[in-house]
Ligand binder design. Structure first.
Ligand code: SF4
Length: 241
């Protein structure tokens, strides 16, 4: 199923003043099991899961276990599974690819160069997701416009050129960080405990640290890199730099 710019423009106009729940209901009612919510269980991710489970509890949820996640992420994954009786689909990287990469470049290769880091994100994250997204017609993400400059133009509906022009649906795109946290607290949604320890953005354990006061919210991701886009390639192609 491929989408065009004119189709998503129409959808964005139709849902301009509609809520995240309206977007989710439309997504599930139109795609059924052919749409999946992808989550790494960060604050906006668990808020979105709560919203989805309330309106369409039978929906599919997928996540990627890179093999390098913090224990706190596995803990919140389990809490979410239990609270919503959710059947979360877990994707893993290709075993041979990981073996070859680690044996050739070292277990902590990502610290050695940007190329190595991108190779690791590719093998452990984007390759499993890319393969999976070939099997669906649409996916739901929790990206928000004010997370990063690169995400500032995101829309509720987008043609996903990185994944074969399937539909990318971002119901929380206009939510602020405060709105996310108000929702999480008001609805008693399980969240990653690292958020309470100074981690606004959480990825793999060796590549994420707490931020200092005044630092950008993504400063703790791949903190040793300067001048890179702080994206793993799931939502945006890397710029050539
Ligand atoms: S975040 Fe770090 S450990 Fe995780 S896939 Fe990317 S480079 Fe590898």
């Amino acid at each position: 199923m491929k989408f065009s710019e004119s189709e998503v423009k129409e959808l964005n106009q139709k849902f301009e003043n509609k809520s995240a729940e309206d977007v989710l209901i439309w997504a599930i009612d139109n795609f059924g099991s052919n749409v999946v919510l992808a989550s790494s269980f960060q604050a906006q991710g668990v808020a979105l899961i709560d919203l989805l489970m309330k309106v369409r509890p039978e929906s599919r949820i997928v996540t990627i276990d890179t093999g390098r996640l913090p224990q706190e992420t596995y803990d919140v994954m389990e809490k979410i599974t239990e609270k919503y009786s959710a059947d979360i689909e877990v994707l893993f990287p290709d075993k041979k690819d990981v073996e070859n990469m680690v044996n050739e470049h070292g277990i902590n290769l990502f610290y050695k160069s940007v190329e190595n880091r991108r190779m690791c994100c590719g093998i452990r994250k984007t390759d499993p997701l890319n393969g999976f997204l070939k099997t669906v017609g649409a996916w739901i993400t929790s990206i928000r416009q004010n997370q990063t400059d690169m995400r500032s133009n995101a829309k509720k509906f987008e043609v996903d050129y990185l994944h074969g022009r399937i539909l990318k649906i971002n119901p929380l795109v206009e939510w602020t960080k405060d709105e996310v946290w108000d929702y999480v607290k008001a609805n008693d949604v399980p969240y990653n405990e690292l958020h309470d320890m100074g981690y606004p953005s959480i990825g793999c354990a060796p590549c994420t640290r707490a931020i200092k006061p005044g630092e950008d919210s993504r400063a703790g991701r791949w903190w040793w890199e300067n001048g890179t886009d702080k994206e793993c390639g799931i939502h945006f192609e890397y710029e050539n730099n």
